[in-house]
Design a protein around this ligand. Structure first.
Ligand code: ADP
Length: 482
């Protein structure tokens, strides 16, 4: 089987889009097109959902045991590691990631299949003490057919994050990757077939969000949706799901704060804080995009942070520097417009990264930029830029720090930097966020760690055992044995 980037993968075979349309895909580092993908319509989504339903209902997939599913997932994890070079090259070309970042993403992708391969047969139900003469058991069951819509920032990792737990539980899946980066998914589904996943367990339909994506979320044959992307599209997905009475997981981004107190270990904090924003060129939902610094230490800390930030280097994937290009020309313009607007508002620029010599003039590059002090109401302090833009703000005391940390519509990840143990605990409890790191930060780190947000960051949990719960439902059995 040869990977065919211009066709869908439905019922275990490559399929031309029903209406025959394709669309170009581009290399962010050069701006050049390197192929086409299927520009699918609702008719393709119908076929994919039917294939998933058949696999689930006729037992080829639906009646597999948890042990068998665990073995398939584990085999796919192994296959990913033995194809790591090839997969990393696909990912770097498709997204512009520096080679080292793409390599690390493939290892993380394999971890999803290792983790959920091991977890598949460890998802238990429970019994509940009830009335005399009764036995009550709570079973955990798959939803049936799950729909998955992915963003373009971590296409390979997201394939694992969303599919591995759903497959571990026993759902049959239909995936619509992002039109701006879907090559890895199309190669991975082949490796999945070789690892033993039967036809129909994983189906892939590429194309535009408003057409193929909307058709998937609206499809009557889909029992649960998992979406990662922008808050605006997340709202659309949730409404489409509501129309046919299903629920969804939404992971929608953030404006995650790093709260630095005067007693923090600056040497430890500074490299972690720089990395947390420039990782993947800032195109990370959980990027640490706001640094809040206790006023008494503001000048000393910011001077050192600016010095480190100014050393960030940006280049093409093969240069393997700190940052690559932005994913598309459209996103590049969006990120640049945030920078331009903050400058026009008179927000001081504290540092900028360096563009490497020799990068393609038509590549989608922006200069990483650090602003501060940023007024509290300024757009750049509130909106998710999704690029390498860091904002710095001072706070007066602990109460002010908490107010500022909770002062956006988002709530995905936060970090607290202080040596005071009691203060660490108070902040962990009072910051509104799905994850809080203390004296460390992990944008997207840890497959074992439940991850998800509240407010404009979305709802539901991915990763860890939490994802197995979201991708399954309980059935309560009440048995009268007299
Ligand atoms: P991003 O900012 O990452 O491009 P989007 O939310 O626009 O975020 O896209 C994330 C995913 O959602 C992509 O796979 C895209 O095709 C899909 N998408 C975009 N618009 C819609 C829509 N109206 N309905 C369903 N899916 C959509």
């Amino acid at each position: 089987m040869k990977t065919d980037f211009s066709r869908n993968f439905i019922g275990g075979a490559w399929a031309d889009p029903v209406e025959g349309a394709t669309m170009p895909i581009y290399e962010p580092a050069t701006g050049k097109s390197f192929g086409t993908i299927a520009d699918s319509t609702a008719a393709d989504v119908d076929l994919a959902v039917a294939a998933a339903r058949k696999a689930y209902d006729d037992g080829t997939w639906g009646r597999t045991t948890a042990i068998e599913r665990g073995r398939m997932l584990t085999r796919l994890g192994d296959a990913i590691l033995s194809h790591a070079e090839e997969l990393s090259a696909i990912e770097a070309k498709d997204t512009g990631k520096p080679k080292g970042v793409a390599d690390a993403d493939i290892v993380a992708l394999a971890r999803y299949f290792e983790f959920y391969g091991g977890a598949a047969d460890k998802l238990h139900g429970e019994t509940i003490p009830y009335l005399p003469g009764y036995h009550v058991g709570v079973l955990r069951e798959p939803h049936g057919v799950t729909g998955h819509i992915l963003p373009w920032n971590y296409p390979a990792q997201m394939f694992g994050r969303t599919l591995a737990p759903s497959l571990a539980v026993g759902n049959a899946t239909v995936l619509k990757p992002a039109e701006d980066a879907c090559a890895a998914s199309l190669r991975l589904v082949e490796l999945a077939a070789e690892a033993g996943f039967p036809e129909g367990a994983i189906n892939i339909v590429t194309g535009k969000g408003q057409v193929a994506g909307a058709a998937l979320a609206a499809h009557q044959g889909v029992d649960f949706m998992s979406f990662t992307g922008s808050p605006e599209v997340g709202q659309v997905i949730q409404k489409l799901c509501a129309d046919h009475y299903i629920t969804c997981t939404l992971e929608l981004g953030g404006k995650s704060p790093q709260v630095v107190f005067a007693d923090a270990d600056f040497d430890a904090a500074i490299p972690v804080i720089v990395r947390a924003i420039i990782q993947n060129s800032g195109q990370t939902c959980s990027a640490g995009s706001r640094v809040l610094v206790e006023r008494s230490a503001y000048d000393a800390f910011v001077e050192r942070l600016a010095d480190a930030f100014g050393k960030v280097r940006v280049g093409a994937p093969e240069m393997n520097l700190d940052c690559g290009p932005i994913i598309t020309a459209k996103q590049q313009r969006r990120v640049q417009s945030f920078i331009d607007r903050a400058e026009a508002d008179g927000v001081p620029v504290l540092a900028q990264g360096l563009l490497a010599e020799g990068i393609a003039a038509d590549g989608y590059y922006v200069k990483p930029t650090m602003f501060g002090p940023v007024p509290r109401g300024n757009v750049i302090a509130q909106d998710e830029v999704f690029g390498p833009v860091l904002i710095i703000q001072p706070f007066d005391d602990e109460a002010d720090a908490i107010r500022l940390a909770n002062g956006t519509d988002y709530g995905l990840v936060a970090a607290v930097w202080t040596r005071d143990g009691a203060r660490q605990m108070r902040l962990v409890k009072r910051i509104r966020s799905g994850q809080v790191f203390v004296n460390c930060y992990g944008a997207g780190a840890g497959i074992e760690l439940p991850f998800g947000g509240s407010g404009k960051s979305g709802h539901g949990r991915e990763k860890g055992f939490a994802a197995l719960h979201d991708f399954s439902k309980t059935k309560t059995m009440v048995l009268n044995h007299g």
